[in-house]
Every structure is written in structure tokens, then in C-alpha cells.
Design a protein around this ligand. Structure first.
Ligand code: ADP
Ligand code: MG
Ligand code: MG
Ligand code: K
Length: 353
């Protein structure tokens, strides 16, 4: 039996998505081949040893869902034990960190796996850190010649010492509406769309609550299309899917809690654009040093201009999420996708040993 250590929850604001992703993954594992030790990371950062699954969970309760989402103490059946992170190590076992956002998707936990010499699913330290940081991503995409919207990176210290210079720089380089984002976040947390200087000021204040690095981007009116990536040094891409929008942009609640997003898979996009998007996605994955999986998110304007927005190294992974559905559209089922990700993680580990 192969041992999978499924790690979920996490300290980031995206904890809840992670729990739902983990639940889907657990249900789809092939228990004739594997057993799954669950470990959840609480809001406070405690590592809690959960159940050892040798069969799929029957309901979310088995995942201590309410405990994992928040420590509000409405989980009376909770029996987990707090462990030291290194206790997850077991020879031959592979970690599957279904964690989104800082302290999970950003290279920190990947560094920990490297340190204890444990195989793991997904990107390594460099790609995770690069993909999580919107400023670093943009710098790398620039080097790779991949089109993206104009942007201005701003450090908290610059903002504090000379806000007027920053306002002038943003307004001199970009045209309202602008998007203001913490560099190290995901799931729309801390992001604002702004129409004027007053809103820009507020948006900076909010974004700097989450990170000391903020990016201001040119807002554009565009369709959002996404490409799935799967592989290590050799990587495959999917046809694009589209996020069909109604609101100006999806905030965290709309995206994940209210489930308001509609998807079109495959997206109705001209074939030349599909070819370009797949090529840019691949190039981005390679320049960021991706491995395992990623979802490349693009903007597509009415004039057919394509801009890469970001690469998500641990995209939402529930059975209803874009990334697995993109692969399903290519003929790869959710359970086979999971198997493939585990194989890729093991291969990467062997190569690096
Ligand atoms: P996250 O990592 O939190 O998903 P994104 O950069 O993808 O951050 O931004 C979240 C959403 O905000 C996007 O999916 C899109 O709807 C909207 N958005 C972000 N940047 C822009 C932009 N420059 N122009 C138009 N819409 C944007
Ligand atoms: Mg993101
Ligand atoms: Mg996004
Ligand atoms: K990202």
C-alpha cells in the first residue's frame, strides 16, 4: 500500500477552499492502491493528525470539517492529536499538500518537504514562491516575453514615505479603473477595483494589511480563460475553459462560498488564440519552474488581445473546480488526474535525490 499524506486547511485566508478540495481528493483516491493519512493545519498553524483513510469518507464530518475551517469549537467529535510537522515523515510516503495561498502554495511547506526529504505533489520551492508572488510572476513573464497588463509594483515603505509619488506613478502609467492586489495572495483576498484616487488610497490600505508588497494593475474589460497544465519538465496543456462572469470581478465569497461562478468548458475561442494561450501557459510554467500542476489564467479582450494574468500552482481542486474539469474535458478523469499527480511527484523526487 502506498501511503499518501494529505495535508489541508492551512493558515491562509483560503483555508476553506482547501478543505473542500481535500474532501474531493479523499473521495476519489483508489483505496486498492493507497491509504491516506490526513493532516490538517489549523488557522493557528497547528498540525493535527486526522484519520487514516483506507476507504473513501462517507461524509464531510469525517474530515472534521468544521474544526478544520475554524476553531470555533463546534466540532465536539474532534479527536485529533497535534503533532510536530516532521512526524508526517514516513519512508516511501508522499505528501499531497492541498493548500492554497500563503504558507501552503508559496514554497514554505515545499521547503519543509525538501528538508525532511519527503516526496510531494506539485511545484517545488521556486515555482511555488514565484507563482504566489504577483510581482515576481510579472517580472518573470516579462523576461519570457509573455504579454500581460501594465503594472506598478509598490512596497509598503515607499507608500508610507511618499504616497503622492506613488499616486502620480500609478496615474501616470495606468488609466482607471485599476486593480490593487497584495502580491502574495489568491482567491481575490485583499483585491480592489478602483476608479479614482480616493478609492486607490483605500485599496492600498486594504492590500497592505495582507502584504508588504502590492501590485497595481491596469484594469481591463476582458473574458477570463484558463488553461490547465500537467507535467514536470515535459508538460501537457488543456484546451481553455472560461469563467463566465456577471459581476465586475469575483470576490472570495462569490468565488467559493456562494458558488456563483459559471464555467464554459471548452471555452468558445478562436483556434489561433487557443494555440497562443497554450503556448504562453507552457512557457510561463517553464520560466517559473513549475512541476506537477498549474492553472494559467488569461484575459482575452474583444480585440483578441491575450494577457496572462497569473499562474496558480495549486489551483482549486474540488470535483467542481476548473482545473480538474479542464482535464476531464481532455479525457482524464478526476481520479486518474490524482494518480498522475502522485506519479509526477514521485518522479520529481527521484530525479532530485
Ligand atoms: P487571485 O490570485 O486572487 O485570483 P487575480 O489576479 O486573479 O487574483 O484577480 C482576481 C480577479 O479579479 C480576476 O479573476 C479578475 O476577475 C479580476 N481582475 C484581476 N486583475 C484584473 C485586471 N487587471 N483587469 C480586470 N480584471 C482583473
Ligand atoms: Mg491566484
Ligand atoms: Mg486569479
Ligand atoms: K498565483
Amino acid at each position: 500500500m502506498k501511503k499518501i499524506v494529505l495535508i489541508y486547511g492551512g493558515r491562509s485566508a483560503e483555508r476553506e477552499v482547501s478543505v473542500w478540495s481535500a474532501f474531493s481528493v479523499l473521495k476519489a483516491m483508489d483505496y486498492t492502491q493507497v491509504e491516506v493519512q490526513t493532516v490538517f493545519i489549523s488557522k493557528e498553524g497547528d498540525w493535527v493528525k486526522g484519520t487514516l483513510f483506507t476507504a473513501p469518507p462517507k461524509n464531510e464530518g469525517e474530515l472534521h470539517l468544521s474544526y478544520a475551517i475554524s476553531k470555533e469549537d463546534d466540532a465536539p467529535d474532534y479527536t485529533g492529536v497535534i503533532i510536530s510537522p516532521s512526524e508526517i515523515y514516513e519512508k516511501g510516503a508522499i505528501a499531497f499538500p492541498v493548500l492554497h495561498g500563503p504558507m501552503g502554495e508559496d514554497g514554505t511547506i515545499q521547503g519543509f518537504f525538501e528538508t525532511i526529504k519527503m516526496a510531494y505533489v506539485g511545484s517545488g520551492v521556486l515555482a511555488s514562491a514565484n507563482g504566489m508572488d504577483k510581482i515576481m510572476t510579472k517580472h518573470l513573464l516579462q523576461v519570457a516575453g509573455i504579454p500581460q497588463v501594465p503594472f506598478v509594483p509598490v512596497l509598503r515603505n515607499e507608500w508610507k514615505t511618499s504616497p503622492k509619488t506613488i499616486f502620480d506613478l500609478c496615474e501616470g502609467t495606468l488609466v482607471y479603473p485599476l486593480f490593487v492586489k497584495p502580491a502574495n495572495m489568491g482567491s481575490s483576498v485583499g483585491i480592489s477595483k478602483v476608479e479614482n484616487r480616493q478609492e486607490l488610497q483605500k485599496a492600498f490600505e486594504l492590500a497592505f494589511e495582507y502584504d508588504s508588497r502590492v501590485i497595481v494593475e491596469q484594469g481591463i474589460d476582458a473574458r477570463e480563460i484558463e488553461i490547465g497544465l500537467l507535467g514536470n519538465e515535459e508538460v501537457k496543456t488543456t484546451l481553455p475553459g472560461e469563467i463566465v462572469k456577471e459581476a465586475a470581478f469575483y470576490d472570495y465569497n462569490e468565488k467559493y462560498i456562494d458558488n456563483k461562478i459559471q464555467m464554459a468548458i471548452p471555452a468558445e475561442v478562436e483556434s489561433e488564440i487557443v494555440v497562443k494561450a497554450r503556448e504562453y501557459a507552457k512557457r510561463a510554467f517553464q520560466i517559473l519552474d513549475g512541476s506537477g500542476l498549474s492553472r494559467a489564467d488569461f484575459f482575452l479582450t474583444k480585440n483578441g488581445e491575450l494577457f496572462l494574468n497569473e499562474l496558480n500552482t495549486m489551483p482549486g481542486f474540488t470535483q467542481f473546480s476548473m482545473y480538474p474539469l479542464l482535464w476531464e474535458n481532455m479525457g482524464l478523469s478526476y481520479s486518474d488526474l490524482i494518480k498522475e499527480l502522485i506519479t509526477l511527484g514521485e518522479k520529481r523526487f527521484e530525479v532530485r535525490q
